[in-house]
Design a protein around this ligand. Structure first.
Ligand code: ME8
Length: 545
């Protein structure tokens, strides 16, 4: 159990279908979750970050058959590809879900058995539409609105008539609506809440099992002919992987689920309703002595990466950046550049983002090469030139007239911390990055207005130059701490150059930082060696056609 004065933070990504290899969409959500998880570790929170794969889909067994493999062998291959991609990108998840794992299967069986016993799951028959690409049952009115085609990939819906077990979603309408009323932040961004609330008002019971899955899936307890519907199996992952000793407090502290908008209904309506139903079952009203089974704290539903022509990027449309293309970006610009671009220019809000190579280069050059990288080189070069590479003293008065937006002191650090924290907490990552970047641009303005390179020509002014450069280095140190969740590897290089390698050590291997202490002004000790080193982010030259 965590110490009582430690905050707990639990963050998840969707678990991804293993019918194919990973692509940029999967990397995107996992990167966003990684940035947010790193912020919480930096802050000292007891953090748990879960990602993984969703295996029991019909499209997985269909794809396996096409390749002459068993579903498990195909799932194993692709699960390994997901892991490899995430590991290569240094996405530091704490565990990786496999829905075919014994633990997950046993727990899902336990939950469904409890729901069957409570009467919230009953036997019935489903006749209606199914979107095979999304593995989703589609209500008649929604099917009709989309001309009986998939809303996501445009393929025709399939007519289904099968025996199923149903979950009494309709019985939870009022409780769900009350939860939305009481927790307006439950679904983010705000603009997505209404569509869900309106749909909940008319929610019907939903099938939670399938027939004819060829044995690929978790059997319904007591009815071996049926397997648990892949979506129900999948949603439970968020609970099964923390339903073990030492992890249950993460669930009780409230999960933050990052997902894309196409799967919001499952996460914002079906998932909390299943939990409300489970809560009423024996053993869940006081769950392992931790009290009533909690509901997630937040479901954050982002928009899509689209191609430059505006189409959703997806596996089925075959227009996605695949692992090889992702490797190329990393080889050319570095891991941190990709993370930074995805997290700050991605579709986290309500509008889709086009993945444009030009915008990628523009962002890289503007924010990373010309702002953070350039400022770090400038300051360390001057410290090298005028102070032999040691952080100068900072007791002399600065006589230059400085505009209020170019002053470097404690107030800059405090303001940056407030802006960064507020936006990290709300998962508004572009604004969170601005806090660190604004600190860096203040350094640039400070240099322009105080002109230390001119003052240094007069030896008697060296103490003043020392104060100027000390303040610049200190502001850069603080900016780097705030930027660490986005560009951890380059920031760690920078820390080693300015005598702060211990920050990197504290944060290594899912370790914790001390954000509040590290952004206090004045911690850089005069006399600390300041290394120049290679440019952190070399400017990318665009070849002229
Ligand atoms: O839906 N832009 O798995 P999935 C941004 N197994 N993000 C995208 C994207 C795009 N164009 N395309 C995909 C499933 N994603 C289920 C989830 S969870 C209990 C079960 C990301 O392989 C985004 O996070 O289709 C989206 O929600 C997820 O990949 C869908 O992955």
């Amino acid at each position: 159990m965590p110490e009582t004065d430690t905050n707990t933070f639990y963050v998840t990504t969707p678990i991804y279908y293993v019918n194919d290899k990973p692509h940029l969409g999967h990397v995107y959500t996992t990167t966003v979750a990684d940035v947010v998880a790193r912020y919480h570790r930096l802050k000292g929170d007891d953090t748990f970050f879960l990602t993984g794969v969703d295996e029991h889909a019909a499209k997985v067994s269909d794809k396996a058959a096409e390749h002459g493999l068993t579903p498990q062998a195909w799932a194993d291959q692709n699960a390994a590809a997901f892991k490899e991609t995430f590991d290569k990108l240094d996405l530091q998840y704490d565990d990786f879900v496999r829905t075919s794992s014994d633990h997950h299967k046993a727990k899902v069986t336990e939950y469904v058995a409890a729901l069957l016993k409570s009467g919230d799951v009953y036997e019935g028959e489903y006749t209606g539409w199914y979107d095979a690409g999304q593995e989703e049952y589609v209500p008649e009115n929604k099917a009709k609105d989309n001309d009986y085609k998939s809303e996501v990939n445009g393929k025709p819906l399939v007519k289904k008539a099968e025996k199923n077990y149903f979950f009494k979603l309709s019985a939870y309408r009022d409780e769900l609506l009350a939860h939305f009323e009481k927790h307006p932040e439950f679904v983010q961004p705000d603009a997505r809440r209404n569509e869900i609330v309106n749909r909940i008002k008319e929610a019907q019971d939903v099938p939670i099992s399938r027939t004819g899955s060829g044995g690929w899936g978790i059997p319904v307890p007591g009815d071996e002919e049926q397997t648990i519907y892949v979506w129900i199996d999948a949603l439970f992952n968020y609970l099964t992987y923390v339903d073990m000793d030492g992890r249950r407090h993460y669930w009780q502290s409230g999960a933050t689920h990052f997902i894309a908008k196409d799967i919001l209904w499952f996460h914002a309506a079906i998932w909390p309703a299943l939990l409300l139903a489970l809560r009423k079952c024996e053993g869940f009203s006081d769950w392992h002595g931790l009290g009533e089974l909690a509901l997630p704290k937040q479901v954050y539903s982002h928009s899509y990466w689209v191609s430059e022509s505006g189409e959703k990027m997806s596996k089925s449309l075959g227009n996605f950046l695949d692992p090889a293309a992702i490797d190329n970006y990393v080889a050319e610009f570095g891991l941190d550049a990709l993370r930074y671009f995805l997290a700050t220019r991605g579709p986290l809000g309500t509008t889709d983002s086009a993945f444009s190579p030009d915008l990628f280069i523009e962002t890289y050059n503007a924010d990373l090469a010309n702002t953070f990288g350039n400022s770090a080189s400038r300051v360390s070069n001057m410290i090298g030139k005028y102070f032999g590479g040691f952080a100068p003293d900072h007791t002399a008065t600065i006589f230059a007239e400085i505009d209020s937006d170019a002053i470097l002191d404690e107030s800059v650090a405090q303001a940056a911390l407030v802006v960064a924290s507020r936006n990290f907490e709300k998962c508004v990552l572009d604004f969170a990055s601005h806090a660190g970047m604004l600190c860096v641009s203040t350094v640039d303005r400070h240099i322009e207005q105080t002109a230390p390179f001119k003052l240094a020509k007069d030896e008697s002014k060296l103490p003043e130059v020392g104060t100027i450069l000390y303040n610049c280095a200190e502001a850069l140190r603080i900016a780097s701490v705030l930027l660490w969740p986005f560009i951890p590897h380059k920031v760690e290089d920078f820390w080693r150059r300015i005598g702060c390698g211990h920050y990197a050590e504290a944060l290594a291997d899912h370790g914790h930082g001390d954000l509040d202490a590290w952004v206090q002004w004045g911690q850089l000790k005069p006399g600390t060696p300041i290394e120049k080193g290679d440019p952190l982010f070399p400017r990318y030259q665009v070849e002229k056609k």
